[in-house]
Design a binder for this molecule. Sequence first.
Ligand code: SF4
Ligand code: SF4
Ligand code: SF4
Length: 250
Amino acid sequence: MKALLYDATLCIGCKQCEQACASENHLAYDDKVAAQETTSAYKYTAVVQRGEAYMRRICMHCEDPTCASVCPVGALTKTALGPVTYDGDKCMGCRYCMAACPFGVPKYEWDKLDPRVRKCSLCEKRVSAGGVTACTEACPTAATKFGDRDALLAEAHERIKAEPGKYQPVVFGEHEVGGTSVLMLSGAPFATFDMRTSFNEELPILTYRVLSRIPDFVGLGTVLLAGTWWITKRREEVAAAEEKEKTHED
Ligand code: SF4
Ligand code: SF4
Ligand code: SF4
């Protein structure tokens, strides 16, 4: 299992990771996007600054992801290497993953005619080819590192042990929501960055809560949404056919 280790104490806030991510995923990146401290359908990672301290926002690639467990059509998958991937062709746009994610990660392309859910893929293609993520490659200070989860976890604990005054005494992602494929070290408390730090419930209970908030989850809701999706697709097909016919007539 692979993982990404982000050590905020080494981060200089240069945002090269953001830029590399945008380039890797063919997303527009300019000063306006760089100034945004939140992730969006057009920005999969964001560097946040609080005083002198930095933090990255990114999908945590949970080991037991609630986004995947609530998806009725299996559009989100935890792969054996670590990334939690998304298949837009399977997605029917119900957005239950957005309600379920404990970190508020998946975002939706609200302004598109054929909207999809968007989030960091942990550069799954690069990783499955034996490479590292684009954000790791671009980081000039090694604040973002990629490798085997066990080795990175051991290294993170070593760093805390070697300089206990420098770090918060926790590797964020080691145990949170059952463990994640993104591990984080920080000098400032994680709560400084409005990060959720309390997860009293076990993950299946979290998932159950989401499901129970959605009445008749797999039944009526899914049928209606699937129906809406089918009708929308059908309309598009009809419109395309009509357009083709018109062109032939001209
Ligand atoms: S952080 Fe959210 S979107 Fe990412 S894997 Fe975990 S549940 Fe899914
Ligand atoms: S792992 Fe890839 S997709 Fe995720 S933030 Fe880094 S560059 Fe972007
Ligand atoms: S590229 Fe590295 S040092 Fe620069 S903002 Fe990103 S994590 Fe921090």
